[in-house]
Structures are given as structure tokens and as C-alpha cells.
Design a protein around this ligand. Sequence first.
Ligand SMILES: Cc1cc2nc3c(=O)[nH]c(=O)nc-3n(C[C@H](O)[C@H](O)[C@H](O)COP(=O)(O)OP(=O)(O)OC[C@H]3O[C@@H](n4cnc5c(N)ncnc54)[C@H](O)[C@@H]3O)c2cc1C
Length: 556
Amino acid sequence: MEETREQLEFDVLFVGGGPANLAGAIYLMNLAQQAGKEIEICLIEKAESIGSHSLSGAILDPVALKELMPDYLDKGCPIEQPECRDEFYYLTRTGKFSVPYTPSYMHNNGCHIISLSKFSLWLGEMAEELGVMVFPGFAGTEVLYDEDGKRIVGVRTGDKGIDKDGNKRPNFEPGVDLMAKVTVFGEGSKGSLIREVDKKLGIFEGKMPQIFETAIKEVIELPDSNSFHASATTVVHSFGYPLGLDTKGGGFLYKMKDNRVALGFVLGLEYDDPLLEPYQAFLSFKKHPLIADMIQGGKVLQQGAKTLPAGGFYTMPRLAVDGAVFVGDSASMLNIQRLKGVHTAMKSGMLAAETIMSAMEKEDFSGETLGLYGQKVTDSWINKELYAARNFSQALSIKGITKFITIGAQYLSGGRGFSDPMPIEADFTTFTKLQNSTAAPVESPETQDLDGKLYLDKLTGLYLSGTTHEENQPCHLVIPDQELCMTECYEKYRSPCTRFCPAQVYELEEDADGSKRLKLNPSNCLHCKTCEIKDPFNNIIWTCPEGGGGPKYSIV
Ligand SMILES: Cc1cc2nc3c(=O)[nH]c(=O)nc-3n(C[C@H](O)[C@H](O)[C@H](O)COP(=O)(O)OP(=O)(O)OC[C@H]3O[C@@H](n4cnc5c(N)ncnc54)[C@H](O)[C@@H]3O)c2cc1C
């Protein structure tokens, strides 16, 4: 029997509490108040609190923040370091080369170092002060359409209190239908609702396929004796070891306040070796003498993981449909050349807000009227930045030294390079190595020296992400063809999900007779979405678990 659900009506519904939507909601409320208009804005976030699923580097280019809130410093915006001073290295196994010339997009002059979880929490408070109804702990699980199935009219939140087998528990609470004139999707990387919108309305049709990267990040507390404190450097970027030149990725280390540093490692998800383990690569990077020296004596306070959409300009979807717009990472607005997406995400939310305000004046929420948002993006600095980086991710995916020649050509030609558009040839679901292999089963990955304090195994790191979920709920990781896992996937690739997942959600279990099974630990999930992207058979579908579950980031 169809559940009876409460319906709540708003003017505007923001789905996702990241910087894109938070800036959008604040800006819209400001515009409405300036126009003397009363407006009901709701923002939902699947995390237990705003910011607790936010993970980023994070070097903030404050360009959008200054437009949103020129007095952000007076308003207590949490900033770790006001200035950035960069160093850039190529790492060999034990050595390093300081890169003598860095292109202008690598410079971070005028940027701040922040913690995205603290920053988002603060933006959430600013939004609430203005009267935005902010509801953390609510996951949007279904997009609602009008009777014709063409206009988006809101989002249904997930039911709470359903057990593993799909039965109602005593604490059952049906999800609510949040109805709105305009729904703003700001779900971040690989959104689970935008995926469904695309299936129905084809918003990514005709665009290049998205390129993703995945990252593991820690915040480490350093002892007073550590000499990195005294150095003027606040930002270190590296490439090379442990990936070499054929696999895309690199590391970063940013100085925070209170004797802390943010350490992270990013890996392009088109890597072709199924035995490569991102977490293990992160540990190898951490143990490189340059980095090991900088973090010597430290203690990991928090760890987390997240993917990022790196395709940029040519992968941006249609930005508006009847009743809805798409902002931030959901709309592929991250500038991978600068490894920055917070400023573009915020600006896109603000441009969406301006468009929604005009749509409200006209009482017209059609795709055509909301399409003005796309034009505003085209006319803005977002477009200028992304256009100049339009072939960068593709060039970065090239193997060997040709990569640098292609990147150089792009830099000198304003992003054009040798061909424009440069096709994205990366296929995330194709591992070119180990196919048809009869190689021995992979050994346990945790082979590096780990001390439980600075160098952690996956489960200890996971503990420091604070991730928890209601255990007795349906598995939010849907595997349509279970048989495939232990046949083709194991035989060809040795079950790479057990390695690319940074949270040990996927494990191989062996029975007494030697037969193997894939065991899922969905409660470990960090919501990074690496599994849905990297599964070689597209056999993992990530859906939102009960609202409030997931990591509890507070300083990453
Ligand atoms: C390792 C790493 C380093 C980075 N470094 C930098 C940097 O130095 N500088 C920079 O500017 N950018 C950086 N970025 C990119 C930056 O973090 C993103 O571009 C930015 O956070 C995008 O903002 P957003 O609001 O679009 O999405 P997000 O910040 O991802 O926020 C989306 C929110 O929506 C919520 N959500 C998702 N689905 C639902 C749903 N169905 N229902 C309810 N809530 C939902 C999520 O929980 C999340 O809180 C980095 C990213 C990573 C991963």
C-alpha cells in the first residue's frame, strides 16, 4: 500500500548543504529581503549536521565569498591561514625536485586555507540567521515530477526506520514530500538524484563523459618540536611518486592553525591497474621523505575520503529544466586546473539565486525562464575560468612526458592546445592490466609499517572519520548482478572494489571449502562514491542511506 506522506510546500528547495547551495540560499534570502518579498526557503542535507559530509583541500579563493558577504571576516568566517605561500615538487622514490616555474593558475596568492567542514557549518549558521529553514539529517531519495513527468516539483526524503529486510521498525517515519516552485540540486560529486534526473530528462546528453578523481585526506596535529611550523611555506603540492607519470594524481599539504596540517592525496579514477589501492598510494606518499619529515611526530586527528568531478567545461550539463537548476560540483563546475571548486560552486549558487528571484517576479518557473541561469554562468567569471581549463583534465590523463607538452601547449594557447575539444578517452570501467589473468590472489594491502598514530590502517582511519550508520537498514549499495562479483570480476580483476574503496566496505570472505564471497559493510561507507564510479562492470549503484548516517567530519 502506498504510504501516506506529509507534504510541505516551499518557494525554493535546496538539496545538499555544500558551499554551492548554502551560498545560493543566503544570496536568495538577501535578494528577497532587499526586494521586500517574503520567501520560504528550505535546505536539506543528508549529514547529521551541516559540514559533516564536507571534505576538501581546502584553499579558498574568496572571490565569490567577497561578493556574497564582503564583511565575512567580521562575521567570524573560520579561516585557518589567511595567506598562501606555495611550493611545488616532483617526487621520485626517495628524492624531490622543486618545480622552478609554476604556471599562474597554480599560485594561490590572495587565497585562504580553510576547513570545508567548518566553513560549511558557518555558512549554514549564516543561512539560518537569515531565515532559511535548514534541515540536516534528511536525505533526498526521490525526485518528484508533475503529472506529465516533465516538471520537477520537489524531492522526497528517505523513510527512516526500515529494517534490513524492508520491514517497518517501531520507530518508522515515512519520508516527507518537499514541494517547491524551484528545486536546486547541489549534491556535489556524483549525486544520486541528479543521476536519476539525467536518466529521465537527459541533462548530460551530448556532453563529454565525466572524469572523476578520488582523494583521501587527513588532518594531522604536529608536536611543537616539528620544524614545519617555523617554515613560511603554507602550501605544498606534489606529483610523481608513488604514481609516476602514467597515472594521474598527486599530493597536497596545507598548514592550518593550532599546529595542524591538512594532508591529502588525489588519484585520477581512470587508473588502469586493478591492483592499485588508493589508500595504499596515500600511505606511500605520506612516507616519502619530504612529507614524512614535514609531518614528523604528528598524530592523525581526522581522516576522510571524497571524489571530485574533474571534467569541467565540456562535461557541464544543461543547467536548468522545468522547475529545477543544477549548481556546483553537481553541474561540473570544479576547475581542476586549480584544484578548486568552492568558489565556482558558491558563485553558481548565487547566479541560480538571481535567476530564481527574476522567475519569482514573473511567476514563471519553466526551463526557459530558469535557463537564464545558464546564460548568467556563460557571462560570468566561472565560464572564463572553466573555458581556459577546458582541455586540462584530458591532457592530464595522457601518459608519460607528452602530458606536459600538451599541458604547456594549452597554457600558451588559452586552453586550446593541439585539439579542441580534446576528447576524453579515459574509461573508468576498463582496467587494462590483469585481464584474463591467472595471477595469485592479491595479498593483504596493509603491508606498510603502521604505528596507529601517524600511519594508520584503513579501519583506524575510518574510526577517525566518525562514520556511523543505523545498522538495521536496507543496504544502500545496490549490486544488481551479485553473481558477476565472484565470477568475471574476481577472475579478471581480483575484486577491485576491495581495494578502491577507502573504507573497507567491500571484503572478500573465504569459506572452509575455499569458495569466496563478497561481504559488504555498508555501515563503513564514507559517501565518497568511488565504488559507483570505478566498478569495472557498472555493477554498484550508490543510494542515500538513512539521513544522518555517514562521516562526522568537523575539521577536514
Ligand atoms: C580532496 C579534495 C580537495 C579539494 N581541494 C579544494 C581546494 O583546495 N579548493 C577548492 O576551492 N576546492 C577544492 N575541492 C573541491 C571542492 O571541495 C568542491 O568543488 C566543492 O565542495 C563543491 O561544492 P558543492 O556545494 O557543489 O558540493 P559539496 O561540497 O560536495 O556539497 C554537497 C552536499 O550535498 C549533500 N548531499 C548530496 N546528496 C544529497 C541528497 N540526495 N540529499 C541531501 N543531501 C545531499 C552532501 O552530503 C554534501 O554535504 C577539493 C575537493 C576534494 C575532494
